[in-house]
Design a protein around this ligand. Structure first.
Ligand SMILES: *Cc1c(COP(=O)(O)O)cnc(C)c1O
Length: 394
């Protein structure tokens, strides 16, 4: 496994192989096959300034370095950085901007990203516009001379809109702006933003990468050496770094990333299809359905449609709420991407901070329910959904 050392060439190997090995050669001091959790906050130097690559735990840690190399390899990027949360990763990246700069952001982004841009960066003089990125004409008009960054998610949350990463990246490149893609929903199993022209990828590793709902974490990957240098500096200067134990858990979770995401996508496709033919369901939003407006683009830019489904229950809030309470295998909870299936009500739970008028304009109805499909048996999950729909109807 010499080829798997951090920074080694990983081209030609498939994601499933990289997930198990990239950045994780057997430990040279003991032969340990699994990456040791190195808790030490400081590292001895042979002479002042003469060290083995690690000085102080905020600046660098061997367990974290293994995770950073692994995530970089999965995204097909040269440089990876791990953080204490997805928002820690985002904040670190956004501090590369200066007062007077402008961010062009998708209008259906993670609520925490919106809050960060709107409540934290705007008062510092870094402005943002929130635009429907599926309309490239509107995107062109939304660029300003001071637009330094385009920020997008695809598929989006909770409406699973699909945006054209390649087209947006080329618009941004022509105007000298960086393109950041939040790849949390798609994961590198289904989508490779860097290969499509993005400058950097961000992750909430809390979701699919860790995959077991027991870590809060984030990551950034880029192949741009100059940008990587600046991100590395900010990572150390700001200090939103993950603990070695959390790095170990995410590394462990990543080993089964491909298996989990493919299984969740398989089950989600089956459930979305059945839901779309169910009399109590008004509308199903799943990129794998031909009825989805982004279906063709998703087919072209992704290798699968993912484990997230949104759908509108007939009868609005009372029925959606009764459905969520009646589920037995799915837990009613926020978050996504774990081995366990979750269901939630965006208008009341994850997206409650968005003003009602804006929620409606985006299409977040009171009957809208979001499912995160886990790795349980597909038939058991469908039985649970069908039974809960029946109970919701009274
Ligand atoms: C959860 C999430 C985040 C924020 O990540 P945290 O780890 O909760 O800080 C960012 N983007 C997306 C798409 C998410 O789902």
């Amino acid at each position: 496994m010499r080829a798997m050392k951090a920074g080694a060439k990983t081209e030609g190997l498939s994601l499933d192989t990289l997930a198990v090995h990239a950045g994780q050669p057997p430990d040279p001091t003991s032969g340990a096959v699994m990456t040791p959790i190195v808790l030490s906050s400081t590292f001895a130097q042979r002479a002042p300034g003469e060290h083995q690559g690690f000085e102080y735990g905020r600046s660098g840690n061997p367990t974290r370095r293994a995770l950073e190399a692994c995530v970089a390899a999965l995204e097909g990027g040269r440089h990876g950085f791990a953080f204490s949360s997805g928002l820690g990763a985002e904040t670190t990246l956004l501090t590369l901007l200066r007062t007077g700069d402008h961010v062009l952001c998708g209008d259906d982004v993670y609520g925490g990203t919106f809050r960060l841009l709107d409540k934290v960066l705007a008062p510092l003089g870094i402005s943002s516009s929130f635009v429907d990125l599926s309309d490239l004409g509107r995107v062109r008009d939304a660029f300003r001379p001071n637009t330094r960054m385009v920020w997008l998610e695809t598929p989006t949350n909770p409406l699973l809109k699909i945006f054209d990463i390649g087209a947006l990246a080329s618009l941004a490149r022509d105007r000298g702006a960086l393109v950041v893609v939040d790849n949390t929903f798609a994961t590198p199993v289904l989508q490779s933003p860097l290969a499509l022209g993005a400058t950097a990828v961000v992750h909430s590793t809390t979701k699919y990468l860790n995959g077991h709902s027991d870590v809060i974490g984030g990551a950034v990957v880029t192949s741009d050496a100059e940008l990587a240098e600046r991100i590395g500096f900010q990572q150390n200067a700001i200090g939103a770094v993950p603990s070695p134990f959390d790095c170990y858990l995410v590394l462990r979770g990543i080993k089964t990333l491909g298996l989990r995401v493919r299984q969740a996508s398989y089950t989600a496709a089956m459930i979305a299809d059945k839901l779309s033919r169910h009399p109590q369901v008004e509308r199903v939003i799943y990129p794998g359905l031909k009825s989805h407006p982004g279906h063709a683009l998703a087919t072209q830019q992704m290798t699968g449609y993912g484990g997230m489904i949104s759908f509108v229950v007939k009868g609005g809030l009372p029925h959606a709420s009764a459905f969520l309470s009646a589920l037995e295998i799915f837990s009613c909870a926020e978050s996504l991407g774990g081995v366990e299936s979750l269901a939630e009500h965006p208008a009341i739970m994850t997206h409650a901070s968005i003003p009602e008028a804006q929620r409606r304009a985006l299409g977040i109805d009171d009957g809208l329910v979001r499912l995160s499909i886990g790795v349980e048996a597909a038939d058991d999950l469908w039985t649970d959904v069908e039974r809960a729909l029946k109970r919701a109807a009274g």
